[in-house]
Design a binder for this molecule. Structure first.
Ligand SMILES: CC(C)(COP(=O)(O)OP(=O)(O)OC[C@H]1O[C@@H](n2cnc3c(N)ncnc32)[C@H](O)[C@@H]1OP(=O)(O)O)[C@@H](O)C(=O)NCCC(=O)NCCS
Length: 172
């Protein structure tokens, strides 16, 4: 059973290949630095606890969006806090096995967890390309485009709560 860990030095970043060079490079060259500077937390999926092989990864950071870009009426004007799923990628060796789907659900569960302590309106992501956008929308996890950018998708925390994703454990 794959497990989720925070990116650490024993994880093999150099051999990770998801088919998109920008996402490979982020893991190889930027993810650790961003974690060290508290700019982004990268969660990696490995086959078992302590393994070096990275099957997939996703990165979570905070952002604000303008409340005007979401249709909900009762929001105050101006900036509202969200979690941004900055990156999500699955190794080509493990694609089409449901891993990406489970990683997205995990990112949603992490967002819900944080939202119990700190005000977070939604999980937001920017689809890398049309293929990624189609994949996200096809999952039917409540993701919708914001008003001013068709590539920016969001799912409100109150929708995530209804999914009853349960408590987070190490297993994915
Ligand atoms: C996109 C990506 C994350 C998907 O991960 P994955 O583990 O291969 O996907 P999953 O196996 O979880 O797919 C789940 C579902 O999506 C469907 N699916 C797969 N590719 C699809 C596509 N291009 N469009 C629509 N649906 C698709 C699958 O059929 C599956 O449906 P099912 O559960 O009903 O059978 C992965 O292919 C990847 O890392 N690609 C390169 C990087 C990238 O584009 N990342 C997105 C950055 S924004």
């Amino acid at each position: 059973m794959p497990v989720v860990e925070f990116l650490a030095s024993h994880h093999d970043r150099t051999n990770f290949d998801c088919g998109k060079e920008s996402l490979n490079r982020y893991l190889r060259e930027v993810a650790r630095q961003n974690a060290d500077r508290n700019l982004g937390v990268t969660h990696v999926v490995v086959p078992e606890k302590g393994a070096a092989t990275v099957m997939g990864y996703f990165t979570l950071v905070t952002r604000v969006i303008e409340s005007e870009v979401v249709p909900e009426k009762r929001l105050p004007r101006g900036s509202i806090g969200v979690i941004l799923l900055g990156r999500l990628a699955v190794s080509t060796l493990y694609q089409n096995q449901g891993l990406g789907k489970r990683m997205l659900l995990r990112a949603m569960a992490e967002t819900e967890l944080v939202s119990r302590r700190i005000g977070i309106y939604a999980l937001v992501l920017d689809a890398l390309d049309e293929q990624a956008r189609a994949w996200y929308l096809g999952l039917n996890f409540g993701l919708m485009p914001v008003a001013d950018d068709p590539n920016r998708l969001y799912v409100p925390v109150n929708f995530i709560q209804q999914l009853n994703l349960g408590n987070l454990t190490a297993e994915l």
